[in-house]
Write a protein that binds this ligand. Structure first.
Ligand SMILES: NC(=O)c1ccc[n+]([C@@H]2O[C@H](COP(=O)([O-])OP(=O)(O)OC[C@H]3O[C@@H](n4cnc5c(N)ncnc54)[C@H](OP(=O)(O)O)[C@@H]3O)[C@@H](O)[C@H]2O)c1
Length: 253
């Protein structure tokens, strides 16, 4: 796979799966646009990416839930890079809560980050992706199809995202733009930081998840990044509207 001369925009590139995806694409010679809210983290990942092939990423500090910032992300990308080939909608949040202990602030944060922002970014990116015959990879989750009473808003947001992936794939197929998602199982990142669990409790949760995985080994961020890069590459030129599961077999039970 080679992304030489391809402009790849990754949201949530300052941490976890997004950061690993940035590094993965940097190794494949992509021209990167990295988006996140924490400027220092974003700069650190950008510096790491630059070391790979000497290509300096454009970093955009922005909150994807703010409409004006979404406009800024696409405008700056096209002004600076001249085009857009690949949009990776990765930024996401998880707020724990079942229906008995939920609140609408958490619901709104999860839906506006995991779904509304993806809708808006995709809308703004579409004319440029049609021009470049580019593609989109959305980062969904196995939570889109596997119910969990402790993370209802998150699961609902990812179910909506899968339907969005398929609808947009259908609409843009005639324009030569492919749209897919990667649906990972549990990967240890900063996403659980908001759950209020202590380090020890977190370790127990992780152990429990891994023990329940048929393959019994934790997923790594760069494995997910590899699937994202594959879906964005020419090797996947006949794949559109797919939700690619990578979960160590978790959905088998
Ligand atoms: N970890 C898992 O087990 C797992 C499993 C399946 C799917 N996923 C999905 O993978 C994606 C990445 O999650 P992760 O696990 O890598 O979590 P993470 O380490 O917490 O990273 C989340 C990223 O999203 C960014 N982000 C969040 N809200 C944002 C906003 N409003 N505007 C801009 N950026 C925002 C964060 O940026 P800042 O830190 O700079 O704010 C950060 O870079 C998410 O969509 C998540 O649902 C994760």
């Amino acid at each position: 796979m080679d992304f030489n001369d391809k402009v790849v925009l990754i949201t949530g590139a300052s941490s976890g799966i997004g950061a690993a995806t940035a590094i993965y694409f940097a190794n494949l010679s992509a021209k990167l646009v990295l988006v996140g809210r924490k400027e220092n983290n974003l700069r650190r990942i950008a510096a790491y990416c630059e070391k790979s092939k000497g290509i300096q990423p454009l970093t955009i500090t922005a909150d994807v839930t703010e409409d004006a910032e979404v406009d800024k992300i696409i405008e700056e990308t096209v002004r600076h890079c001249g085009k857009l080939d690949v949009l990776v909608n990765n930024a996401g949040v998880l707020k724990p809560g079942g229906i008995k202990n939920s609140n609408m602030d958490n619901y709104d944060t999860v839906m506006s980050t995991n779904m509304r922002a993806v809708y808006h970014l995709t809308m703004r990116a579409t004319p440029h992706l049609i021009e470049s015959k580019g593609c989109i990879v959305n980062v969904s989750s196995i939570s889109s199809t596997k119910p969990n009473a402790l993370t209802i808003a998150y699961n609902v947001s990812k179910a909506a995202l899968d339907q969005f992936t398929k609808c947009v794939a259908l609409e843009l197929a005639a324009d030569g733009v492919r749209v897919n998602s990667v649906n990972p199982g549990f990967v240890k990142t900063n996403i659980l930081n908001d759950t209020g669990l202590s380090e020890d409790q977190m370790e127990l949760v992780v152990q429990n998840i891994v023990n329940n995985m048929p393959l019994k080994k934790p997923l790594q961020v760069d494995e997910v990044a590899g699937v994202i890069a594959f879906l964005a590459s020419n090797k996947a030129k006949s794949i559109t509207g797919s939700c690619f599961v990578i979960d160590g077999g978790s959905l088998l039970k």
